[in-house]
Design a protein around this ligand. Structure first.
Ligand SMILES: CC(C)(COP(=O)(O)OP(=O)(O)OC[C@H]1O[C@@H](n2cnc3c(N)ncnc32)[C@H](O)[C@@H]1OP(=O)(O)O)[C@@H](O)C(=O)NCCC(=O)NCCS
Length: 188
């Protein structure tokens, strides 16, 4: 497992641009490979999501991992019933803060190059995103959301994500992370 220091020293997180070779990226999942190769630039130019990439510092145009971020919200339609939404509000907020929806950012996609999986890079990227939205409170963003692949649910659980709805048999499962549950000082 790489440490936080190794991550900061050796890797850069950047916005995707034409300098980077999307063609050679391979995380072992066809949909995620196709997205970075064929669709990411369009999502970026149409302001539908921002694709970020991980590269080795000072080196090459090789993409080691990527993720996308887009504005999102958690609202009543994400739950099977109004009472489930009310339960969620009750668990996270006091009554004065009962809103119809809550601001969040969505990790649309997250993929690590095949040879680098299992080394801790995915965990570091999630930490990076948590800090990014916590530090300076840029937009007022309370939650991180994502649609987890079934095979990646345990990975997200280990990183503090929970289900918004009861677990079902869909190929992806909506999960969230509450940014108020972390102490930003512990990341510095
Ligand atoms: C899923 C993925 C993003 C995780 O990133 P990673 O860098 O490989 O994960 P990490 O090394 O940070 O993993 C941390 C822990 O999660 C576990 N883990 C990693 N991938 C996992 C998976 N697919 N399923 C279950 N557990 C997984 C690791 O074993 C490790 O556990 P440990 O700390 O107890 O040893 C990455 O493996 C990947 O890109 N997979 C292919 C594409 C994909 O499935 N993307 C997710 C889309 S929702």
């Amino acid at each position: 497992m790489i440490t936080k220091d190794e991550f900061v020293k050796n890797y850069d997180v950047k916005k995707l641009d034409e300098r980077f070779s999307v063609e050679t990226f391979d995380c072992g999942d066809k949909d995620l490979n196709d997205f970075i190769r064929e669709e990411a630039e369009l999502y970026k130019s149409q302001l539908l999501a921002m694709p970020y990439i991980l590269t080795k510092k000072y080196e090459t145009n090789e993409i080691l991992a990527y993720f996308t971020l887009a504005n999102d919200k958690i609202n009543v339609t994400d739950f099977v019933s109004n009472s489930q939404f009310n339960k969620f509000r009750k668990a996270n907020f006091n009554k004065e803060k009962y809103l119809r929806s809550y601001p969040s950012v969505k990790i649309g996609r997250l993929a690590i190059s095949k040879e680098l999986q299992g080394l801790g890079i995915g965990t570091h990227i999630l930490r990076f995103i948590k800090i990014y939205f916590l530090s300076d409170n840029k937009t007022g963003c309370r939650f991180i959301t994502l649609d987890a692949y079934r095979g990646a649910v345990d990975f997200y659980k280990r990183n503090g994500f929970s289900f918004l709805q009861k677990e079902d048999t869909n190929p992806t499962q909506l999960m969230y992370f509450d940014l108020m549950t972390i102490n930003s000082d512990s990341f510095i």
